[in-house]
Design a protein around this ligand. Structure first.
Ligand code: NIG
Ligand code: FE
Length: 413
């Protein structure tokens, strides 16, 4: 006997290789997991109030798997609205960084913040994610760079994973920038990450993945190679900020190392795209960031999809290049900027995103055995979710079968 049955004309299961896997029927949940998804009417006996089954009539709702945000810089202090004027004057992102602003400004503030301040701020962001339909998110460190602050930020991720309905998957991104104390000594900083931080992060179980910002003026491909090698040896899964601004062969590198994902990829080469397809590396595209960088450039999603690359779409939530927690807000950029179809985008935010964090067996689609992470959207059909922008369509969110958002509001912790 299930605990919960939801009826809907539009259950977008995301099963199968393409499209929504739409079912006009019902789904049943037991013990937090999907028991069945079937067309037609549920068994009569379950609909009776004496059956003990909670029946939800969502026939005027679209049911989707909870969104999976596969790339966020969740934990950081402060904000960077003061950079807007510089951006409008046309100062490039990497120039702001080279002047000691950008990431470095956020690092200064994150080092000063206490663990509970960081926790409260990140908790507010997670609430916004959840209310916009995200039920699992990846969360990177990378605004501490020193041992103490990186560990502090990853502990915040761990604590929030335990206390908040949104599940978190954590990534150590010490290689986000070379901190000022190591300026001109990138190798010294790399040695420090490899010999001091990675072992401690590993020993405390604070991160599943490592990530590197492989970019001109940050970590070169050769340096990235050394870091990926060390991360792999230490037992981490691999992710890469690849070919975001300058084409450096980041996609090729991600493929060579069998990374779980290669992210950004605005400047990825044809050979890099083919290598990702061959190696089965998920491309995580971040069109909100493309929009916010104001260069008019977007990743070549169509070419990637044609080449057979699995494409996910994420927010990149961070204080510099995408101060936005809502995957719904990113959908319009994915459509107009990346030229992805609504079905490609919604798959990119569910099942493909689950692949990008190695959770494809437990979340990302509505299939028997997976967690019942479900979102009821107030929309006439799934395409409409991408077509209409600027308002929140989430009516109700279930996390592992429990209602955590109802009428668009948090109802439990
Ligand atoms: O994914 N590219 C590097 N990291 C972030 C931006 C971080 C920041 O500017 O604070 C990104 O775009
Ligand atoms: Fe990022």
């Amino acid at each position: 006997m299930p605990d919960l049955v939801i009826r809907s004309h539009h259950i977008a299961t995301m099963s199968g290789e393409t499209g929504y896997g739409l079912v006009d029927g019902w789904l049943a949940v037991s013990g937090g997991r999907i028991l069945a998804v079937e067309p037609g009417e549920p068994p009569e006996a379950w609909l009776e109030s004496s059956s003990g089954v909670t029946c939800v009539d969502a026939r005027d709702r679209v049911v989707l798997p909870g969104y999976v945000d596969a790339h966020t810089h969740l934990v950081h202090a402060g904000s960077r609205e003061d950079e807007l004027a510089m951006k409008l004057e046309g100062v490039p992102y990497l120039d702001i960084l080279a002047r000691g602003g950008g990431i470095h400004g956020t690092v200064r503030r994150t080092r000063e913040a206490t663990e509970s301040e960081l926790y409260r701020k990140a908790e507010g962001s997670l609430d916004r994610m959840l209310m916009h339909g995200t039920t699992t998110a990846e969360a990177k460190s990378g605004y501490g760079l020193d041992l103490e602050t990186e560990v502090k930020c990853l502990r915040v991720v761990q604590a929030l994973d335990r206390s908040h309905p949104v599940d978190l998957v954590s990534t150590y991104l010490g290689a986000h920038a070379v901190p000022s104390g190591f300026r001109g000594n990138t190798r010294g900083y790399m040695d420090f990450m490899i010999s001091t931080v990675m072992p401690q992060v590993r020993a405390e179980g604070l991160a599943e993945f490592i990530d590197v910002f492989c970019e001109e003026g940050v970590f070169s491909p050769d340096e990235t190679r050394v870091l990926l090698e060390a991360g792999r040896k230490a037992g981490f899964g691999l992710k890469l900020h690849a070919d975001e601004i300058v084409p450096l062969g980041g996609a090729e590198l991600a493929a060579e190392f069998g990374a779980v994902s290669a992210d950004h990829l605005l400047a990825a080469s044809d050979a890099g795209i083919e290598a990702l397809a061959r190696a089965g590396v998920t491309a995580v595209l971040l069109p909100g960031t493309s929009f916010y960088l104001m260069t008019g450039r977007f990743a070549r999603a169509r070419r990637m999809i044609d080449a057979g690359v699995r494409v996910a779409v994420a927010t990149d939530f961070n204080p510099g290049t995408c101060p936005c927690e809502s995957l719904q807000a990113i959908q319009v950029f994915a459509c107009m900027g990346l030229r992805m179809t609504p079905a490609e985008i919604l798959r990119g935010m569910t099942i493909h995103a689950a692949h990008a964090i190695r959770r494809q067996h437990v979340i990302g689609s509505i299939e028997p055995g997976k967690w019942a992470d479900l979102v009821l959207h107030d929309a006439p059909n799934p395409d409409w979710l991408v077509y209409h922008f600027g308002s929140n369509t989430v009516d109700r969110v279930y996390k592992k079968g429990q209602a955590v958002v109802s009428d668009g509001r948090r109802i439990s912790s």
